[in-house]
Design a protein around this ligand. Structure first.
Ligand code: SF4
Length: 395
């Protein structure tokens, strides 16, 4: 295997984290804060400092910028455009760069949508999660189903290039009939993209604790699998292509599918910088994560200290395993020739028994140098990933 990180094959991305939320949803384990709006200005000052001076090894040329949270739609238009300018001051931002901003429906008034568009955002993701108002209320969302639907409708008409919708399958109280209704009512509005995540019940959240205490029913694995199948069937019949396990892009004949170009960096082993509270970055073969306590983050940057909290140095086997896991999440899977040459080994041979076993179980197909999961394999991806993990010795 190679002994130094493979060179990046194209432009990188920039992730910018905005942790502020108006309230805390019961299933959320992201690096967020609610009720700390008085720290917004010092946080943004720290963020500008970090973008200007930290992560010096990050790729200089970038073609995606992603504002995630938290709730970035709580920023003003000026705050968004100032952050984009900071990124431009530091990086060589390519023409046609995809600029994405995450939002919550309750923020998306016509005025807010205009300022988001005018600040330069070309792709807006809306955290709808469900259109069932009782389900939304139970998990602490700040909007009901009608408001979410209206937000998507308004966003469609606001002249922002692409609109994406985020959903969570398996929230307590959601049944299959109401879930189909959520998908159907949203698909009518033709968002460009759906991300549909299955509820994770192993996180340290109030919802998980309530499930452990027996107060809230825990979704069964079979029910989550059914929801995934139902979602995939419905969205594919509605003109969306499942290009990644949890992501569906609208297909328009003659046009490229409307995939998330930023998230493709994660799935294709490409580098990115990550700024802000708890943000992660990957470049030069190393992963790093920022500290996730707000006051510590701000005070680090005030004294010129890098707010890094974790560093995972270059290791060829670990990085190769990650490249395989992430790449196999894509519908088109991996090009074993490309990744093999990046990491300096014959992937077909090195993992031959893993591929053959997964093929026998109907989880994977190999066509030439391409290796991809079948639909059954995407549903049971952890079986394949578990077999890949540790297959090669890690000194
Ligand atoms: S709005 Fe999003 S980031 Fe904020 S608490 Fe809810 S799920 Fe978490």
């Amino acid at each position: 295997m190679i002994d130094r990180p493979p060179a990046p094959e194209g432009p990188g991305g920039v992730y910018v984290h905005i942790p502020f939320c108006s309230r805390r949803c019961t299933y959320c384990d992201f690096a967020t804060v609610a009720g700390r709006d008085e720290t917004m200005e010092p946080y943004l000052a720290a963020l500008h400092r970090e973008i200007a001076g930290c992560q010096v090894g990050a790729p200089q040329t970038v073609d995606t910028i992603f504002f995630g949270g938290g709730t970035p739609s709580r920023l003003s238009g000026k705050q968004i455009s100032d952050l984009i300018q900071s990124v431009r001051n530091r990086f060589d931002v390519q023409p046609g760069t995809e600029i994405t901003l995450e939002s919550n429906p309750e923020d998306l008034t016509p005025e807010t949508l205009s300022r988001i568009r005018d600040a330069g955002v070309g792709r807006l993701t809306i955290g709808v999660q469900s259109l069932d108002s009782r389900v939304l209320q139970d998990v602490g969302r700040g909007h009901d189903g009608d408001l979410a639907l209206e937000a998507v409708r308004q966003a469609r008409g606001a002249g922002i290039g692409q609109i994406a919708v985020d959903l969570i399958a398996g929230l307590p109280g959601e049944d299959s009939g109401r879930w189909t209704g959520t998908l159907r009512r949203l698909a009518v509005l033709k968002p460009d993209h759906f991300s549909v995540y299955l509820l994770e019940t192993d996180k340290n959240t109030p919802l998980t604790r309530s499930m452990q205490a027996g107060t809230t029913p825990r979704p069964q694995d079979d029910d989550l699998a059914d929801a995934w199948e139902q979602t995939t069937d419905f969205l594919e019949s509605a003109g969306y292509s499942q290009y990644e396990i949890s992501n569906y892009a609208r297909s328009v004949p003659g046009e490229p599918d409307r995939v998330s170009r930023h998230n493709m960096k994660y799935w294709q082993d490409l580098p990115y910088a990550g700024f802000g509270l708890g943000a992660h970055a990957y470049y030069r073969g190393e992963r790093r994560g920022n500290r996730s306590d707000l006051d510590g983050y701000i005070s680090d940057l005030a004294t010129g200290t890098d707010p890094v909290a974790s560093q995972d140095p270059w290791h060829p086997v670990r990085r190769l395993e990650e490249a395989l896991f992430m790449g196999l999440r894509l519908r088109d899977g991996i090009d074993s020739g490309r990744i093999g040459s990046r990491y300096g080994l014959d992937l077909q041979e090195a993992y031959r028994t893993v591929w053959e076993s997964a093929e026998r179980q109907g989880l994977l197909v190999r066509t030439g140098s391409r290796i991809r999961l079948t639909r059954a394999g995407r549903l049971r991806s952890n079986t394949v990933f578990g077999a890949l993990l540790g297959h090669l010795p890690v000194e």
